[in-house]
Design a protein around this ligand. Structure first.
Ligand code: 13P
Length: 247
């Protein structure tokens, strides 16, 4: 399995930020893992053009479940593929919170993404109150079952475990907590899609930094990371890519 270092720029970056993607390629021209940046949609085509022929892959941060139609402001999976995206992040907790996205909607989007030839990066994770209530595995199990469409394979699905309370906070779960959730995800995914689950990449996300990446990547069933703030600067993201390459 080739591991995946993915950066989620969220709603950050104008054209000037393309220089950071260029610097990342220069710093990590040939990583031993897959390397992905997901810029805002406004930068997708330009970044894909810049990255053509390099090791950097480009992803989007959301798509509509329909291929086209009267959906003002939305973007479809075929449009993202046409702009040069190979991946799309779906069901991020910020979209679940800001836009009320449900598991069923995430599954429909993932199905559309896969049909368009994109790799769906399906995000899930518990809130702090859910963890405090001892409901972490129940919440994550339900999100997984509801958000992963039938027909998912290791070639068209990536799962990102992102505890909501660890996103942008500088707080991370303990190594035992990450390992517990990832082992649970592997087992539940096997129930859902069978033996194919063994090679689906399971990413950890939430306050991954150059200083903690190596210890997280050493954990069983952690096949990469989905990185927010530390993916915005090549000087931060390149060492994370290097850590994953060495894991
Ligand atoms: P941070 O790395 O900024 O905590 O964000 C994680 C995240 O939400 C990635 O999708």
């Amino acid at each position: 399995m080739r591991k995946l270092a993915a950066g989620n720029w969220k709603m950050n970056g104008t054209a000037a930020a393309l220089a950071e993607a260029k610097a990342l390629i220069d710093a990590q021209p040939n990583p031993a893992c897959d390397m992905l940046l997901c810029p805002p949609a406004t930068l997708l085509a330009a970044m894909a053009e810049m990255a053509r022929g390099t090791a950097l892959r480009i992803g989007a941060q959301d798509c509509h479940a329909a291929a086209s139609g009267a959906h003002t402001g939305d973007l479809s999976a075929p449009m993202l593929a046409d702009a040069g995206a190979t991946h799309v992040i779906l069901g991020h907790s910020e979209r679940r919170a800001d836009h009320g996205e449900t598991d069923a909607q995430v599954a429909a989007k993932a199905k559309a993404a896969q049909a368009a030839g994109l790799i769906a990066i399906v995000c899930l994770g518990e809130t702090e109150s859910q963890r405090d209530a001892g409901a972490t595995l129940a919440v994550i199990g339900a999100q997984l079952q509801g958000s992963v469409p039938a027909g998912s394979t290791a070639a068209n699905l990536v799962i990102a475990y992102e505890p909501v309370w660890a996103i942008g906070t500088g707080r991370t779960p303990t190594q035992a907590q990450i390992a517990e959730v990832h082992a649970f995800l592997r087992a539940r995914l096997t129930d859902l899609i069978g033996a194919e689950a063994a090679t689906v990449r399971l990413l950890y996300g939430g306050s991954v930094k150059p200083g903690n990446a190596a210890e997280i990547f050493a954990l069983p069933h952690v096949d990469g990371a989905l990185v927010g703030g530390a993916s915005l600067k090549a000087a931060d993201f390149a060492p994370i890519v290097a850590a994953l390459s060495a894991a």
